[in-house]
Design a protein around this ligand. Sequence first.
Ligand SMILES: *Cc1c(COP(=O)(O)O)cnc(C)c1O
Length: 307
Amino acid sequence: MVQKAESIWFDGKLVPWDQAQVHVLTHTLHYGCGVFEGIRAYRLTGGGSAVYRLKEHIHRHFNSAKIMEMKIPFTEAEICDAVIATLKANKLAEGYIRPLSFIGAGAMGVFPGDNPIQTIIATWPWGAYLGDEALEKGIRVKTSTFTRHHVNVMMTKAKTVGNYCNSILAKREALADGYHEALMLDTEGYVSEASGENIFIVRGGRIKTTPLTSILDGLTRNTLIALARDLGYEVIEERFTRDELYSADEAFFCGTAAEVTPIREVDRRTIGEGKAGAVAKHIQREYFKIVKGENPKYDAWLDKYDI
Ligand SMILES: *Cc1c(COP(=O)(O)O)cnc(C)c1O
């Protein structure tokens, strides 16, 4: 359950949580053309708080909208300011931030005409997406029977609402079969990503992640590539198959929600020693230092605020 906060930013103003409502004929509700973001704010070790890579997330949001031909009637800077205002209104020193832009009511055919493009920003307290134990011990993963979107069927670089029907199918299947998360293959059969996370593998000390072809361009993925290189690891972006994953020394998922989640098993095959690997733990530890403001080198990625 989402933990209720006080206010939600809705088309330019803060409204009480329970009054942030839409009409049932909201276009996006029927046809799934909307775009969203998932952002986190962390309490800084030295005091105060920061939204992690806020500008990049909002920039991606506007790109998602552009891809879907939705014109958001605000500037990126206005939405960034609105995120901070919403966190402050809700007195959240840390938590999850969910901007969503959607097509409002009006025309009801597939062609949305000039229905309004509406935007909300909700924030709420949220701990580890897959649980604290997942971060600590790693998770069990199942290759989904559902394939990730073909790049010419859905726009995989946009965080489009409708894309996540595919993710829901995969996630439900994985959970029903007793796993924690679904791994999805692309239309050619190569490893793509999870229902909402990108993937990395480690073999012989070398780190590999899928190229951007069919996956969402994750900001956590982007952070981890830079971070791992800084830590002295070799990182390559190259397609790999599921059997390469099966025989990897280590594997981990990453995303704003899932942060850095080690993978300990895939399709009943133990990965490495069947626990969170040393490289995964190293990167996870350093990632948490960055988001909590403990690594000055990455200070530019923190949008600081005080509640
Ligand atoms: C949001 C998302 C990710 C992770 O992106 P981040 O920017 O790291 O949060 C990865 N894959 C999919 C499909 C996503 O929706």
